[in-house]
Ligand binder design. Structure first.
Ligand code: DON
Length: 555
């Protein structure tokens, strides 16, 4: 081979070679912020298990990733222990006792901004109770040791990355109206530069109390008292009684199968697990994957599955304690078979013609962040938690130093009218006291031959479900490594608006072929921000999503 040919060959090889995931031998934490990922690995190295590490990462993100990490929000944890035990802990926000169906409508019956910005938008936070519940059930290290890293990060401060300072600037207009948010996160209007240290003494004091007194402090102690006092003074709804009554709830783990894998997913009030299982059911046996990833036919088939699921989501999904969800019927074989046979491989079905289906009866027994953790024993946690919008409702609680959520907007503030993710939602998700708003958060695991093989999850509002699904399909159906699977361009369809939304990176020819099938194409900046771990029996391979920031830490 001449030198010139060799150089050309090497250049071509570089072009086609895939980005490799980060590999560690024993244990791994993948999170959207490096300090928090490291805090988790420190716990693992000191003998803590995956659940201990998850509690530490959850608290650390509340300090180092204020755009989504939180004490003032809520989330979902999917846990699988090495002995095969599984659990789904729902610690999502609940509607306050004083909530009413039309609380966010103006006198003309139109939605206001109050479900999105400011004190009134907050639901009763669940994260601290959630971490406590996880720790009680599976944890092995003392609670105070797990909260300690976050106390230190808040007290001593941490160095802001380029990503962090950009995220603060980008959300300045939502933070500015609230004096504590402006003072702490916008450096009193002067903004932070990359390399500056962010210290949060009020938050450090709150965390130190939680470290010492446990979740009681947040729900019936001093933090509860101050939070309720501040809400009362500023027109918020959360009272001491709301906090006292808050409970994390253990709910069923959904188990399905896809191509020989057992799929572990979460049940309502997440709409994610049932969505993943329904769409996988529609795709399995359709042969959609034969034309290859990113081909017009594969995208079309997936988009049609997505369109149908989001129609069902709007009608059938809600908090199962308040609304009868035909859960297993929505992914039962005969129902998904009917959905599959309704898909025309050559033509898009206009969403106006797609109505929520009638699922099989009788099958019933009854800005967000995600991290994935596996410990050296093989215990695993997939945890997604959120304050909904970036920096939640914009309010930092004076004296407590944490941001509140705007999760009340995840309810159908007015059934039939789109919310901030343009999701249309139905009566089943209307506001009621103590009810949990429907969520799209989708922490998911795949198991094969009794062994954990994959963990994935993401932030991204309504796009979480389709984002997580595509990453899993890229691994299972297209043989990609987890980094390639995450890097590959993604798309999204959510029934209404009737648009197939594409990230950058699809070939113009493919886009034309999709148009010719009748899809209305739109562009989208990013379909979720997925991270995950694949286990091949020898190594752990982890990847974070370049659509945001992150770190794979491990040993
Ligand atoms: O639970 C949900 O579905 C939403 N609150 C998630 C919000 C979200 O992912 C925003 N982050 N990008």
């Amino acid at each position: 081979m001449t030198m010139r040919v060799l150089v050309l060959f090497l250049a071509a090889a570089t072009l086609v070679s895939a980005r490799q995931p980060v590999r560690f031998k024993k244990a791994m934490v993948v999170a959207q912020e490096p300090h928090a990922a490291d805090a988790g690995v420190d716990i693992l190295k000191s003998g803590g298990n995956a659940v201990d590490a998850a509690v530490a990462v959850g608290f650390a993100l509340a300090v180092t990733y204020p755009v989504a990490g939180n004490l003032g929000g809520g989330g979902f944890a999917l846990i699988r222990m090495a002995d095969g035990r599984t659990a789904f802990l729902d610690f999502r926000e609940r509607a306050p006792l004083s909530a009413t169906r039309n609380m966010y409508l103006d006198p003309g019956g139109n939605p206001t901004r109050d479900s999105v910005a400011g004190w009134r938008a907050a639901g009763v936070p669940g994260s601290v109770r959630g971490f406590e519940a996880m720790h009680r059930k599976f944890g092995s290290r003392p609670w105070s040791k797990l909260v300690a890293p976050s106390v230190k990060l808040a007290k001593q401060g941490f160095v802001l990355s380029d990503h962090a300072t950009r995220s603060l600037r980008a959300n300045a207009k939502d933070l500015e109206p609230f004096p504590e948010s402006k003072r702490i996160f916008l450096n009193n209007g002067r903004f932070f530069e990359m390399g500056d240290r962010l210290r949060q003494p009020e938050l450090a004091a709150t965390l130190a109390r939680i470290a010492k007194r446990g979740a009681r402090d947040f729900y019936v102690g001093e933090t509860a008292r101050i939070l309720a006092e501040q809400c009362a003074a500023n027109g918020g709804h959360i009272t001491q009684e709301d906090l006292r009554q808050y409970k994390a709830i253990e709910r069923p783990v959904l188990k399905g199968t896809y191509k020989g894998y057992e799929v572990l997913a979460i049940s309502p009030p997440s709409s994610g697990g049932v969505g993943i299982l329904q769409m996988m059911g529609v795709l399995e046996g359709s042969g959609y994957e034969k034309t290859g990833p990113g081909s017009a036919r594969a995208i079309h088939m997936l988009a049609e599955a997505m369109r149908r699921y989001y129609a069902d989501r709007a009608e059938h999904l809600g908090d199962p304690d308040f609304h009868k969800v035909p859960l297993r019927g929505l992914f039962a074989a005969d129902y998904v078979g009917r959905l599959r046979s309704g898909i025309d491989p050559d033509h898009a079905t206009p969403s106006a013609q797609v109505k929520a289906g009638t699922p099989a009866p009788g099958a019933e027994p009854t800005e967000t962040t995600h991290f994935s953790i596996v410990d050296a024993q093989g215990n695993a946690v997939a945890l997604t938690y959120t304050i909904n919008g970036g920096f939640g409702n914009g309010v930092t609680v004076p004296k407590l130093g944490f941001l509140l959520n705007n999760e009340m907007d995840d309810f159908a503030v007015k059934p039939g009218v789109p919310n901030m993710f343009q999701l249309i939602q139905g009566e089943g998700n209307a506001i009621q006291p103590k009810k949990t708003p429907l969520s799209s958060m989708t922490p998911t695991m795949l198991v094969k031959d009794g062994k954990l093989r994959l963990i994935a999850g993401a932030p991204g509002g309504s796009r979480i479900i389709t984002g997580v699904l595509q990453v899993i399909l890229n691994v299972v159906d297209h043989g990609m490594n987890i980094q390639e699977a995450i890097d590959a361009p993604r798309f999204h369809h959510q029934w209404m608006p009737d648009k197939l939304m594409l990230e950058k990176g699809f070939s113009p020819d493919t886009v034309e072929l999709l148009r010719s099938r009748g899809h209305t194409i739109d562009s989208i900046s990013g379909v979720a921000n997925v991270n995950g771990i694949v286990l091949d029996g020898t190594w752990l391979a982890g990847a974070w999503d370049g659509r945001g920031d992150g770190k794979v830490a491990g040993y």
